[in-house]
Each structure stands twice: as C-alpha cells, then as structure tokens.
Design a protein around this ligand. Structure first.
Ligand SMILES: [Zn+2]
Length: 74
C-alpha cells in the first residue's frame, strides 16, 4: 500500500486505480512504453511493449490524482 500526502491540500491520499469499462468488461488501466501507435485490428499496438498496471492515489480533500506504474518486483 502506497501512502502519500496531497501536494495541494496536505491530506493523506487514498490508493485506488482507474478502471477501463470498454468492451463490456472492467479492466485496470495500464502504462505502455513509447508513443501510441495505431493498429487497424486492435486500436493501438501494444504487443511486445513494456506494460505496467497503473495505480492512482486520490485525495479525499480536493480530488487531486497521482498515478504510478507498478514496477515488477525482483
Ligand atoms: Zn488534496
């Protein structure tokens, strides 16, 4: 569990994640290395690229969001 203090209002931020509701399923947003490249078949080319699940901290005081790409452990 990551903890952080809001840089805007100094309250303790809460950990969560941004959900993607597309295609009728709920998935966690991911960070993909490099600039987005369009793909006719899948929308964007992400095969073979580094992907990191994204967690986002949210401030309960002002709503400020701060995101982190999770690094692989070990
Ligand atoms: Zn705040």
């Amino acid at each position: 569990m990551r903890t952080a203090t809001c840089p805007k209002c100094s309250k303790t931020m809460e950990e969560g994640f941004i959900v993607d509701h597309s295609h009728g399923i709920d998935t966690q947003s991911e960070w993909i290395e490099g600039p987005p490249q369009r793909s006719f078949w899948t929308g964007l080319k992400i095969r073979g690229k580094v992907r990191r699940p994204v967690i986002t901290l949210c401030c309960p005081g002002c709503g400020f969001l701060e995101s982190y790409g999770l690094l692989e452990e070990g």
